[in-house]
Write a new protein. Structure first.
Lengths: 330, 350
């Protein structure tokens, strides 16, 4: 606000007139109303979710969060296995996507020949524009069978002693397929934000490092990464947030099931995929309330992520004394 | 200043265009309302969808009604009619007590009759494979994991079965077909009944979930050794191979019209109030019965703005409409069910 006032005053003075002032007032009213509506909407959604989950909250309390069971016939519900599924899919997706995304961003800002930068950037960002249902379909029709026939047996054969690479599942669907699909979905987010961050690194710092005799890699490690650190962390959290909330594509490829185990090749469910697959036509009130309870957990989780990301960005910005507002979260 | 003037003109033009668009949209939205009486919307069961698709042109020529049906799954159909976003819902699973309460005065009317096929993907095996209830339950429980398991071999002595792993595929959404299958598994296997029970969704111990019949069929066709299930019309039209299932008498029956009709005779008295019927695993005296057969229901609000049209439509469906069934492996409704249906239809009012 402190920055906005003098600017608007500067515009108002030379063009003083009744119509324009009316415009200002209506602009302020409209913008204010939009902001208020968004806030109101968030509060309303939170209220409705808490109210919808109330029967399950009253019946199960906090035990619900950790209990790994979901039996619609016997009416025993818990979020444990879905929380596990959500954590394992999104964290593994991030672990694969983050280094790839940073490499892409580095390539596009520091290493690629100039002619390539524009087209490759556009292509990577197109990846973000593919609707998740399309990626999901591709996952079930193309990616799943390939992973099932070639990748899973190979990984199991070579690294089968690690519990993560257990016996391949019967079909192409499973946690592993979901991880790959999520990786593809968060890759463009993390890479395009990182690219922006790297572009924002002052040229004099980079040139200075090079002038001191640093190699390219030393320059990247010593100047680019530290400068963009906070923003990269925020980009990753944004990516995880996307992975955690993704419902459609995951529902299509994860295969379902109430399991807590480390075998990535087996099937499972996430919070979002369980809500998506079971909400329509739920059999009774306590089941609906339990599904809304899952939504509540998801909401709290996303909120924590967002707050965490903002906190990291602020902390780094304060320490470096630079407005690193490029993280996309502000 | 000229700049500002031009800006204003542009804005005005834009506003005028927007207003025109809005008016056009409003007109488009209003036009179906004008002929409201003649459009009937329904949603639900994928199982009954091919039959309803046949009914649409017939109803249009008989009464001039425009029937619109979305095959979104039984669960979705129940939700839709509960929220009154459609005029009727269609479900293969009978409504639960909570669903009846939520639906506020809904009627459930059996209006079609067919069966669930258990299909598989086993290249190289061309003979019709046999299956019985207890073995099927063990497969879906994950206790039998290979095609050459002694239990399956005993049922198929004349076939050389490979050692391929069995991959179970099931519905991930709430499905009436799942209800039919788990109703059957519960009736043939005490272990299944006590652990997993019957429902539109159960706590599957093994297998991969697919969205809709299409999702299950996709998994099965892509995976060697997979087993899945869907309504027989779907399985047939997609050229999926399915089992002959052993009935109580010990006969192996396929989900054909004869088997379905025989099974239907085992329960001809719809339950009071709910009109529920269960015809899975019928007794021995129904010698040719296919044991995984099911009625499927139309769910309508007792009080409806389109009561007259709905009454005509449903009455037509349970009488003349049945003639469209056999081609799609829907057996005609028995007379006693028809009598109950007529009474239920009479309760719909505006």
């Amino acid at each position: 606000m402190a920055a906005a006032d003098p600017t608007s005053g500067a515009i108002r003075r030379p063009l003083a007139g009744r119509r324009l002032r009316l415009g200002d007032v209506s602009l302020q009213a409209l913008a204010g109303a939009a902001a208020a509506a968004a806030t109101f909407l968030v509060v309303l959604i939170a209220y409705k979710i808490v109210r919808g989950a109330d029967p399950a909250l009253a019946r199960y309390g906090l035990d619900f969060v950790a209990r790994a069971s979901w039996d619609p016939v016997k009416n025993v519900y818990g979020a444990g296995s879905f929380l596990f599924g959500t954590a394992i899919t999104s964290l593994f997706a991030l672990a694969i996507a983050a280094p790839l995304a940073l490499a892409i961003a580095l390539f596009l800002t520091e290493l690629a020949p100039r002619v390539l930068r524009g087209p490759v950037t556009a292509l990577v960002e197109t990846l973000a524009a593919i609707p998740s249902v399309v990626i999901g379909l591709w996952g079930i029709l193309v990616l799943g069978p390939i992973l099932h026939d070639h990748v899973q047996p190979a990984l199991h054969g070579a690294l089968g002693f690690i519990p993560l690479f257990g016996a391949p599942s019967g079909t192409g669907a499973g946690i592993f397929t979901a991880i790959v699909v999520l990786t593809i979905m968060i890759l463009p987010i993390v890479s395009s934000i990182s690219r922006e961050l790297f572009l924002g690194v002052p040229a004099e710092l980079k040139e200075g490092a090079l002038a001191l005799g640093a190699t390219r890699w030393e320059m990247v490690r010593g100047v680019v990464f530290p400068y963009a650190r906070g923003g990269i962390a925020a980009a990753m959290i944004l990516g995880v947030g996307r992975a955690v909330g993704e419902a459609i594509a995951v529902t299509q490829v994860i295969g379902g099931g109430v399991f807590v185990h480390w075998n990535l090749f087996s099937t499972g469910d996430t919070l979002a995929s369980k809500i998506a697959s079971s909400y329509i036509g739920a059999q009774n009130d306590i089941q609906i309330a339990s599904l809304v309870y899952l939504a509540l957990i998801l909401l709290v989780f996303s909120l924590l992520m967002n707050v965490g990301a903002q906190w990291i960005v602020r902390r780094v910005a304060r320490r470096q004394g630079v407005g690193l507002n490029r993280g996309g979260l502000g | 200043m000229p700049k500002l003037a031009r800006w204003t003109t542009t804005t005005r033009t834009a506003a005028a265009v927007a207003a025109a668009l809005l008016a056009a949209a409003a007109a488009a939205a209003a036009s179906p309302a004008a002929q409201r009486g003649s459009t009937i919307t329904g949603a639900g069961s994928t199982f009954v969808a091919p039959l309803v698709a046949q009914w649409i042109p017939a109803v249009a020529s008989a009464y001039g009604y425009e029937l619109q049906y979305s095959a979104i799954g039984s669960g979705g159909g129940i939700s839709a009619v509960t929220n009154r976003t459609v005029d009727f819902g269609a479900s293969d699973a009978p409504l639960s007590r909570d669903q009846f309460a939520a639906c506020k005065g809904c009627l459930q009317i059996p209006w079609a009759l067919s069966a669930t096929a258990i299909f598989y993907n086993l290249p190289g095996v061309t003979k019709l494979l046999h299956m019985d209830g207890p073995t099927l339950a063990k497969i879906f429980m994950g206790r039998i994991t290979k095609w050459n398991d002694p239990a399956i071999r005993r049922l198929n002595r004349h076939v050389a079965l490979p050692s391929t792993a069995i991959a179970v595929a099931h519905r991930s959404d709430n499905s009436g077909t799942t209800y039919n299958l788990t109703d059957y598994l519960s009736s043939v296997s005490p272990a299944w009944r006590s652990r997993y029970g019957k429902g539109v969704a159960v706590n599957w111990p093994v297998g991969t979930g697919g969205q809709g019949s299409r999702g299950v069929a996709a998994i099965v066709t892509q995976t060697t050794g997979a087993i899945g299930y869907a309504d027989v019309a779907y399985a047939k039209s997609n050229h999926l191979r399915f089992f002959a299932i052993k009935n109580r008498l010990g006969r192996y029956t396929t989900p054909g019209l004869r088997g379905i009709r025989a099974a239907a005779l085992s329960d001809v008295k719809p339950a009071r109030g709910t009109n529920e019927l269960s015809i899975v695993n019928p007794p021995k005296k129904y010698t040719v019965a296919y044991p995984i057969s099911t009625y499927t229901y139309v769910v309508v609000p007792r009080q409806s703005g389109k009561a007259a049209a709905l009454k005509k439509l449903i009455f037509w469906a349970v009488t003349k409409g049945q003639a469209y069934g056999p081609k799609l492996l829907f057996a005609p409704l028995p007379k006693s069910v028809l009598v109950v249906d007529e009474k239920a239809i009479a309760k719909i009012h505006s």
